[in-house]
Unconditional design. Structure first.
Length: 495
């Protein structure tokens, strides 16, 4: 084993030495892939400064060809955003980065090399409907990135069953890589800087040979790692992802910590910055306090979660509700109405379908405006009462639970609720317990239709990010940080 380690160290030393002395020959296998006119010559200090410990791989044409020459003679690298795990705010961070970069560059390109959840859009170039990652639609439409087409923004989609096809040899690794490179060529040519959003943590995509760190290496990008607030656990997760970046010779330009407890913001910022610089020489680019509103699901999110639709109050689909304010209705109608009148207006109530026969429910519904004997209609009656008397706004919503085939609203009741056109009411084919659990475990995602949440997210995140430091760190001449990787770029297409 010791002999193998010695051979690996010697091989890596020889590779680094060969690249430093003969950069033109180190990757001869790939020279045919790049047109000489597309390959920007690196600054002298990158070619000949031996302290540029991880820079040798950037002679790889597919990567360094995407560096954009700046007015001051530097080369701006693509910026790749990856997280330490799922649900840490990577897309929100990418939106804020795109917003800030647009204030500093005329044309910002955006790319999600490998996506999972996709939507269908119209490609102007192809004049056809194509599939792209859902985040691509959000970024392109929100920032009006009209200089690039959907065709080149989401080159690889990994839907259900894709990984099996890849393992069975039905999908080619080389084709995937070519698709990523081709997309990057088009986006880079039309942009002053390119921002790439990864999928999950740095290792996501390994099963199909395209994890985030490897893709960043292929396109010559620097990595920005995003983690959730805290110190010890966040640092541990960052280190795991940093090591994979090292493995692929990807520079970590900086770290952004978000969802930090507001009372601990300054403390977290101070110690995380200190820890990052002491351990890795990497800056803390942003420390963002938590904004609970961004994690509050809208009714549209619940429609998506439960695969259902509002049966009334459709105009309130993008009204948000704090999951800590959910109330399960287990009391009488009188107590329920008292809650409606005294609790904060924007509360989500969950109740279960009554056990009464359909005919009785239907009759009660007909009489409820006078008798008020049913929770569902009592809810609607309170809405209309406030509306008629011009009292405080009624912003509550009602989730009616009941297992399909056993406890569920009759079609007559559903039609009646639709006809009332009042407060938001939604039916869910689950028990109240299962519905509550699903809501509490759900992480709402930004989407193109919920413009209010997108605007709030960008406005909240952007001021906390140091864009000047980000740009300084992602320019090719600023290269004296991070440790060397353990592999050569010649292995990229076979790993």
């Amino acid at each position: 084993m010791m002999r193998n380690v010695a051979i690996m160290r010697k091989s890596h030393y020889c590779w680094r030495k060969a690249v430093t002395k003969h950069p033109g020959n180190a990757f001869s296998r790939y020279q045919g892939r790049s047109k000489s006119s597309d390959f920007h010559e690196n600054p002298d200090d990158v070619h000949h400064n031996d302290s540029y410990r991880v820079g040798a791989w950037n002679k790889f044409p597919d990567g360094s060809r995407f560096w954009k020459k700046t007015t001051d003679g530097n080369f701006q690298r693509p910026i790749f955003v990856a997280a330490t795990r799922q649900h840490v705010g990577k897309t929100t961070t990418s939106l804020a980065l795109c917003s800030g970069l647009k204030k500093r560059y005329e044309k910002v390109g955006f790319l999600k090399p490998v996506g999972q959840q996709h939507v269908e859009v119209k490609s102007e170039n192809r004049n056809a409907t194509i599939r792209v990652d859902k985040d691509i639609c959000l970024v392109k439409e929100h920032f009006k990135l009209d200089h690039i087409d959907y065709e080149h923004m989401s080159p690889v989609i990994v839907p259900r069953g894709y990984t099996k096809k890849f393992v069975d040899g039905e999908v080619s690794l080389h084709t995937q890589i070519d698709d990523v490179i081709d997309a990057m060529e088009h986006v880079s040519a039309a942009s002053d800087v390119v921002l790439c959003e990864g999928t999950g943590h740095c290792a996501v995509g390994s099963i199909v040979g395209l994890n985030n760190a490897k893709v960043a290496s292929l396109i010559g990008a620097d990595m920005v790692l995003v983690a959730n607030g805290g110190l010890g656990s966040a640092f541990d997760e960052l280190n795991l992802n940093r090591i994979l970046c090292q493995h692929y010779n990807v520079r970590v330009a900086g770290v952004i910590i978000n969802k930090v407890i507001p009372d601990k913001h300054e403390q977290t910022k101070h110690y995380m910055r200190k820890a990052l610089m002491q351990a890795w020489g990497v800056p803390l680019l942003g420390c963002i306090p938590d904004r609970p509103f961004l994690g509050c699901p809208a009714l549209a999110d619940l429609e998506n979660l439960f695969q259902t639709q509002l049966i009334s109050g459709e105009e309130h689909r993008f009204r948000h509700y704090n999951t800590s304010d959910i109330n399960v209705v287990t009391t009488s109608l009188t107590r329920f109405l008292e809650n409606l009148r005294h609790k904060q207006s924007r509360t989500l109530y969950i109740c279960h379908v009554t056990h009464c026969p359909t005919e009785v429910i239907f009759n009660l519904l007909l009489l409820v405006l006078f008798l008020g004997d049913d929770l569902i209609v009592g809810f609607m009656g309170e809405y209309h009462r406030r509306r008629e008397q011009s009292e405080t706004p009624f912003e509550a919503a009602l989730l009616v639970c009941g297992r399909k085939g056993k406890y569920q609203l009759s079609q007559e009741v559903t039609d009646m609720l639709r006809g009332l056109k009042g407060a938001p009411v939604m039916t869910v084919g689950l028990s109240t317990h299962d519905a509550m659990t699903a809501i509490h475990n759900y992480t709402p995602k930004l989407n193109i239709h919920d413009t209010n949440r997108v605007n709030v997210a960008v406005d909240h995140y952007e001021p906390y990010i140091d864009f000047d430091e980000l740009i300084r760190r992602t320019q090719a001449s600023n290269s004296n940080f991070n440790e060397p990787g353990s592999i050569s770029m010649e292995e990229l297409r076979t790993l």
